[in-house]
Design a protein around this ligand. Structure first.
Ligand SMILES: Nc1ncnc2c1ncn2[C@@H]1O[C@H](COP(=O)(O)OP(=O)(O)OP(=O)(O)O)[C@@H](O)[C@H]1O
Length: 805
């Protein structure tokens, strides 16, 4: 706490700033309102002000300029209106809590010390010079996060500034009333952070600007490289850092970066809703949010039913005893590997010489252009021309061929028959269309007449012109054209490439595969992998592990449909993406920088990628020189007791440092099975709710287990339970029953592990799954089992938990 004198001064300053804010808001209000009306008026009057006259060229030009002028006026007004509205909104947001921090900084070489108050937005006094509040993203404010009192400094576009920080202070201000003031010496926020972290979980993530830690600040502000990779322990603030980073980038590059040029790839749709309020809370618009699955569906959904990662993981977790399991697992591993990536690149090269698969272009049960013809035309092109360019040449050739075939087709018998059978309506429709073309006839007629008069001689084809004949010809043309349309459309969409066969063709016996891929390594169980892959594709379905390689191959052949608008992509839970997916994102968004955040300790999907260290292939994506690497080891989410418990579940997690916040040790409860366990859980749920925990997660391994838990607990009289499935759209507060793979990235006040027995979690591959489930807990962790505890806990130091019999 600070001295009474200091408190008084702070209170006075807060009152002063509040008054000034109110004055500014009052000043802006009518202007904001007025500007809005003005803009609306201009829009309304737009066409009245503009005189549209196109009778002569000059009139046309005048009209054109008058429209342009009005447009410019309107857009200038709208821009200024937007700016004022933004300012006004910022002031309104500041009003309740104008700042959360202050540093007193004495810059070397200057005589005075500046008091720098820091808040979510800047507020400049009416002199236009003095900053009453600095935006947390300004360079000077970075010292608040990076230094303790003493020597300090910051970078500006004009160079580094150094000096001495004389004071560092934190504030809690609510509804413009000073609640708490802390002076901090060592790290910021310990006191404030304690309070923030001690609170209950919410169904929406919160911004952390008041308590950003130094190591997180480095991630937020790093703007050097093309690629930024963060490996961070569970609860170390990766998602939080990512979102504040978006806000920082939007501020730093506000002249050229807009929120819709940033895309966040989320682990599931529910996560989108979980993080969607952070940026608006900071006064920024939300970036675009999507999942990789949405993306796959967009490109492949028209052709295949693509399995989603949740069905894939359900298979992994529940089908161990089914036939073909080992091969499928091996296939998943291989299809996500760098080896397979290389094999596909080699395959695409091989296809440049031979082996392309095309589909014949068929029309009325016959081949118009055969696959063979297409293939030989393709391979007749100069082999030094790139594959994708040759495909374009081929496409153009096909369109030309189709035009020729179309005109020949007009004489076909079926056209005559169609003509004969045109019913009244069809004929009227055709006639109507014809009418438009008739203008051309009339013009030709007039032309001939004029020419005749000028030349003073008869028309050479006089008498020959048979209108009925021309009409029939036009009708024939229309009929054929209509029928050729879908053919041309499919050529434009490159459907003459038999992509499915091209992918299937890879899954041949070993020798063939090696030949096509420059001797790629072959995984064990290859024949079975081939069988499974072909069988699935045959049913127009794709395994999740095949979807990205398939799309990747498609792009190698057809060329990439790039998106050059996007400047930043963020990948959260980045350990769950394969190198294929990264290569793909890189190709898709050629002008974007990438931020990847993840935790290899939580890699639960088959396609996992190591993010950090020598093992990480991700560093090669843009090269070491273009990559910044960060590691976060302090965990903020859970109490010390929970972190100590969870970190001993993983062999390499000893380095994880808990934030000093204490709570109860995890509780292991042996309550028996089925109803007995449900009764015990129901008891615990009631007790936790009575203690005030509003967000509770009963975490299960699979969807089936979730359903079972839901039914048994409901039968015990538990009310208001929410069963979460992969199609649950939003994350809600309350008591959720949720499979662990859907709880990625989110957190609960209390977590109950529905079944922590050795029967449920025993395979080594399930260790990370179990770890992920336990690390969702902020304040309480309770685990249940009927028989033996999972082997992951058996070697654990007994002092790390309590037991309830
Ligand atoms: N500097 C901070 N100040 C206040 N709260 C913080 C800070 N850093 C992290 N937290 C809190 O810690 C919790 C975990 O943060 P977050 O979800 O960003 O971690 P994560 O690394 O993405 O976790 P996971 O890997 O488990 O998904 C959140 O409640 C977040 O608000």
């Amino acid at each position: 706490m600070i001295s009474a004198e200091d408190w008084k001064q702070e209170q006075e300053r807060l009152e002063l700033v509040t008054e000034k804010l109110q004055a500014r808001i009052a000043e802006l209000a009518p202007e904001v309102e007025g500007l809005h009306n003005q803009a609306v008026d201009i829009r309304k009057q737009f066409w009245e002000e503009v005189t549209v006259n196109t009778s002569t060229d000059e009139d046309f030009e005048e009209t054109f300029y008058s429209i342009r002028q009005q447009e410019a006026l309107l857009s200038e007004r709208e821009r200024s209106h937007r700016q004022r509205v933004q300012q006004w909104k910022n002031m309104k947001r500041l009003l309740a809590s104008p700042y959360f921090g202050r540093i007193d900084f004495h810059e070397d070489g200057l005589s005075s010390t500046e008091q720098v108050y820091i808040g979510v937005s800047s507020f400049v006094d009416s002199d236009g010079m003095s900053f009453l509040v600095y935006d947390w993203r300004t360079p000077i404010a970075s010292m608040y996060y990076d230094y303790s009192p003493g020597a300090a400094g910051y970078d500006t576009p004009d160079g580094a500034i150094s000096g001495t920080m004389k004071l560092k202070r934190q504030y809690q201000i609510r509804e413009a009333v000073l609640q708490n003031v802390f002076d901090t010496s060592v790290t910021i926020g310990d006191e404030l952070l304690q309070q923030v972290l001690g609170k209950g979980a919410d169904n929406q993530m919160k911004s952390i600007v008041a308590t950003i830690q130094k190591e997180q600040n480095a991630i937020i502000r790093d703007d050097k490289n093309r690629m930024l990779i963060v490996q961070g322990a569970a609860g170390s603030g990766k998602t939080s850092a990512a979102l504040q980073r978006v806000a920082y980038l939007l501020y730093k590059h506000r002249e050229r970066l807009k929120a819709d040029q940033i895309v966040l790839f989320s682990p599931n749709p529910m996560f989108n809703s979980y993080v969607s309020t952070v940026l608006p809370e900071l006064g920024e618009e939300n970036m675009q949010q999507t999942t990789f699955q949405e993306y796959l569906d967009h490109w492949l959904g028209g052709t295949f039913r693509v399995e989603d990662p949740f069905d894939q993981i359900e298979y992994v977790l529940t089908e161990a005893s089914s036939q073909g399991y080992a091969a499928r697992m091996k296939g998943m591993e291989y299809k996500a590997s760098a080896d397979f990536l290389q094999a596909l690149q080699n395959y695409a090269q091989w296809l440049e010489q031979q082996g392309m698969r095309f589909s014949s272009i068929r029309f009325r049960d016959r081949d118009l252009i055969t696959a063979k013809q297409i293939e030989s035309t393709f391979y007749s092109y100069d082999p030094s021309i790139r594959m994708t360019n040759r495909i374009i040449m081929l496409q153009e050739w096909l369109l030309r061929e189709l035009n020729l075939l179309e005109s020949k087709e007009r004489e076909a018998l079926w056209v005559q028959e169609e003509l004969d059978y045109l019913d009244k309506d069809q004929y009227a429709e055709a006639y109507h269309a014809l009418h438009k073309e008739r203008g051309v006839f009339d013009f030709a007629e007039q032309y001939e007449e004029v020419r005749e008069r000028l030349d003073g001689k008869g028309r050479p084809d006089e008498g020959d012109f048979d209108y009925a004949e021309r009409e029939e010809e036009l009708l024939r043309r229309m009929i054929v054209k209509e029928q050729f349309k879908p053919l041309k459309r499919s050529v434009k969409r490159l459907l003459f490439i038999d992509m499915a066969q091209l992918y299937i063709q890879l899954f041949e016996e070993e020798d063939a595969y090696k030949k096509m891929t420059k001797e790629a390594e072959i995984p064990s169980l290859w024949p079975e992998i081939c069988e499974q892959t072909k069988e699935k594709l045959g049913r127009l379905q794709l395994f999740y592990e095949d979807a990205t390689p398939y799309l990747y191959l498609k792009e190698l052949i057809e060329g990439v449909r790039t998106n050059t608008e996007i400047r930043h992509i963020f990948v959260d839970e980045g350990q769950d993406y394969s190198m294929f997916q990264y290569e793909f994102l890189k190709k898709m968004f050629p002008r974007a920088r990438m931020t990847v955040l993840g935790d290899f300790g939580q890699a639960i999907f088959a396609q996992a990628t190591e993010l950090y260290g020598e093992e990480s292939p991700l560093i090669r994506l843009y090269g070491e020189a273009e990559t910044s690497l960060f590691r976060l080891v302090r965990s903020y989410r859970s109490t010390r007791e929970i972190v100590e418990f969870t970190r001993s579940l993983l062999p390499n997690a000893k380095e994880i440092v808990p934030f000093e916040r204490s709570g109860r040790k995890p509780l292991l409860s042996k309550a028996g099975d089925g109803e007995k366990r449900a009764a015990r859980i129901a008891e615990h749920l009631a007790a936790l709710q009575a203690e005030g925990f509003a967000s509770i997660g009963v975490i299960t391994k699979t969807a089936a287990e979730s359903k079972e838990a839901y039914d048994l607990l409901t039968a015990q009289g538990c009310e208001g339970l929410k069963l979460v499935t992969k199609s649950t759209p939003t994350f809600e507060k309350g008591t959720l029953i949720i499979p662990v793979y859907l709880a990625k990235g989110v957190e609960f006040d209390a977590v109950l592990i529905y079944d922590a027995s050795s029967q449920t979690y025993h395979r080594e591959s399930e260790r990370k799954l179990f770890y992920t489930a336990c690390t969702r807990a902020m304040h309480r962790l309770l685990l249940y089992a009927a028989g033996d505890w999972t082997p992951f806990m058996q070697a654990m130091d007994k002092s790390l938990y309590e037991i309830e019999q």
